[in-house]
Write a protein that binds this ligand. Structure first.
Ligand code: ATP
Length: 120
């Protein structure tokens, strides 16, 4: 069972859940995003947004947290492979941060589409 296809998939899922827990426990950026996600969900409940709006909201939350998590993994990898200052490492980290920024802008636009009609 342990080395069967199903066993490997179950183990892989276990590592992934452990990874998500580690992100929440140790990464400040993810913790901030998580708190923001809770606040925005309270807003969704408060404004009684539609089912489609909930879907887009969860998509935006997932997009940001995924980008932020991958950015954290890349930063950790970069620091492990090359702990000293290096222009290339700086470039790699800047690009990864840029990807998070794009995800964040996308989420802000989605949020504006959802909440502007309720607020104004
Ligand atoms: N080893 C390095 N060599 C060159 N530049 C670096 C290096 N480490 C960080 N930098 C520069 O500093 C910026 C911030 O890097 P850092 O690893 O501190 O990320 P951070 O966004 O502050 O994330 P966190 O708060 O999660 O550590 C990078 O985008 C890069 O421009």
């Amino acid at each position: 069972m342990r080395d069967s296809f199903l066993g490997k998939r179950i183990r892989g899922g276990g590592y992934a859940i452990k990874g998500a827990w580690l992100l929440l426990k140790h990464e400040q950026s993810i913790q901030v995003q998580f708190v923001l996600a809770i606040i925005i969900c309270i807003a969704g409940y408060f404004f009684d947004i539609t089912k489609t709006e909930w879907m887009f909201q969860f998509l935006a939350i997932g997009l940001i947290m995924t980008a932020e998590g991958l950015n954290s993994a890349l930063e950790a990898m970069a620091d492990f492979v090359h702990p000293d200052f290096h222009n290339k490492i700086g470039h790699i980290k800047d690009i990864a941060a840029g990807a998070v920024f794009i995800a964040a802008i996308t989420a802000v636009i989605i949020g504006a589409f959802i909440y502007f009609p309720y607020i104004f």
